[in-house]
Design a protein around this ligand. Structure first.
Ligand SMILES: *Cc1c(COP(=O)(O)O)cnc(C)c1O
Length: 433
């Protein structure tokens, strides 16, 4: 329910779970945001459990025919309370380190629903996965297979393996988040898989159970997925027909994109993704795993920041914020766009403004020439679509705290799920060595 007036037609519009109420107060899933910073401080991450539930249900409904095991890609948002909320829907986890494995287990994910990805898993990490009894290791090199075989041998176990195939498909996404093309560090070359599968037979402590792939993140088109599924299906048939190797399941990865602005509409429809999966993978009649991260949590989150100062420099008006690239790195890291909404809607005509943080780096700029009402010191802003790949990338650069995180429960109750991790905490650890 927006209150955009004709004279302020350019005012930024809310989207997803965000809305302005009749008084112009910004809400996330119906909960006003401003009071949360009064209680928990700023900058602050806030996540909507209700939105996460909706996204899980959207996927489950779209994919009903394939009934996949959804393994949430924990790297998108690794807070254990977020993981626990996701897991409460029967969802598993896709982890990429022993740390994320511990987080998934702490969040209540059952080990038989955990897949372990990552190109450089160390022997101790492989052992942690074996110890926990996870569903599968997504292996990305022969060297890793040997290391996994050795670790399983030491422990008297047999490791369940999915070979991660690099299908050499262009995902048409940001160059820095594409993973399934030639020359990329991820996966095994498509044409090498048949030989690797034969070679694997010499390793007695690994068991091939699946093929896996993940071609990139924030994909807005279904075609690259469809191309990759077709290649995966061809390879699966080839292994069965030519080598007598029958797989137990297929892991189709994550990567489904989401809207980052109201101009993106509602983003790609999981129904279309499911149709591509049914067409190409359905005939194989194998259980399917999918690994969504951003799709589940991206638009569930916002990061709130305050305007500390404003200044005019040459022909730019700057809003200097109390949050920087250490708190939300995607604009500095990938030139990513984050939609920005004032916590209080304003009727004043918009003007172009540059939004920058306090960090001593020229890349510490969130947005240039962004059309916003002319905000003053003390005004508060929400960075939208901050539920995925934001808090997880926060760091202490420039002696700054990691921001606190709050989860809005499905009934609207706000719960602190991580306090700010202050500079004092860091100093104390250094000083007690
Ligand atoms: C990052 C990642 C995902 C999740 O990607 P999203 O774009 O967040 O859906 C899934 N699988 C693997 C192997 C990943 O590395």
């Amino acid at each position: 329910m927006s209150v955009v007036s004709p004279e302020n037609a350019l005012a930024p519009r809310p989207f997803g779970p965000l809305s302005y109420d009749a008084d112009g107060v910004l809400q996330l899933s119906g909960v006003p945001l401003a009071p949360l910073t009064a209680q928990y401080g700023s900058p602050l991450y806030v996540y909507s459990a209700a939105h996460i539930s909706e996204q899980i249900q959207r996927l489950q409904t779209a994919f009903a025919r394939l009934d996949p095991l959804i393994c949430y890609a924990v790297k998108a948002n690794m807070n254990t309370h977020v993981i626990a909320h996701v897991a409460s829907h029967g969802v598993g986890a896709d982890v990429v380190s022993a740390g994320e494995l511990k987080r998934a287990l702490a969040g209540g994910v059952s080990p038989e629903k955990i897949v372990f990805a990552g190109v450089a898993k160390q022997p101790t990490e492989l052992e942690a996965g074996l110890e926990a009894g996870i569903l599968q290791f997504n292996v990305e090199s022969w060297a890793e297979l040997e290391a996994l075989n050795a670790a399983a041998g030491r422990m008297g176990k047999t490791a369940p393996v999915a070979l991660r195939v690099n299908p050499d498909v262009d995902a048409h996404t940001l160059a820095k988040i594409t993973t399934g093309t030639r020359g990329n560090k991820f996966g095994l070359p498509f044409d090498d898989i048949p030989a690797l599968v034969s070679q694997m037979e010499a390793l007695s402590h690994v068991r091939l159970e699946a093929l896996a792939m993940h071609i990139g993140s924030q994909l807005l088109k279904i075609q690259p997925f469809a191309d990759a599924y077709r290649r995966l299906a061809d390879l699966t048939r080839h292994l069965a027909e030519e080598q007598g190797t029958r797989l137990q399941r297929l892991d189709m990865g994550g990567g489904l994109g989401i809207p980052y602005s109201p101009d993106d509409g509602s983003g790609p429809d999981p129904v279309d993704l499911a149709a591509a999966a049914v067409e190409h993978l359905g005939p194989l009649d194998l259980p399917i795993i999918m690994e969504p991260g951003r799709f589940l949590v991206g638009n569930a989150g916002v990061m709130i920041a305050d305007v500390v100062y404003t200044k005019n420099s040459y022909d730019h008006r700057f809003l200097l914020l109390n949050a920087g690239m250490n708190d939300l790195m995607r604009p500095a890291l990938y030139d990513a766009y984050h939609h920005v909404l004032p916590l209080m809607h304003s009727e004043v005509a918009t003007v172009p403004q540059d939004l920058a943080g306090p960090i001593c780096e020229s890349t510490d700029v969130f947005a240039k020439q962004r059309l916003l009402p002319p905000l003053d010191e003390g005004a508060q802003l929400a960075f939208c679509t901050a539920g995925a790949y934001c808090a997880v990338l926060a760091n202490h650069y420039n002696g700054r705290a990691l921001p606190a995180e709050v989860l809005l429960e499905s009934d609207g109750t706000a719960r602190l799920i991580r306090p700010a991790i202050s500079d004092e905490d860091m100093i104390a650890r250094e000083q007690t060595l």
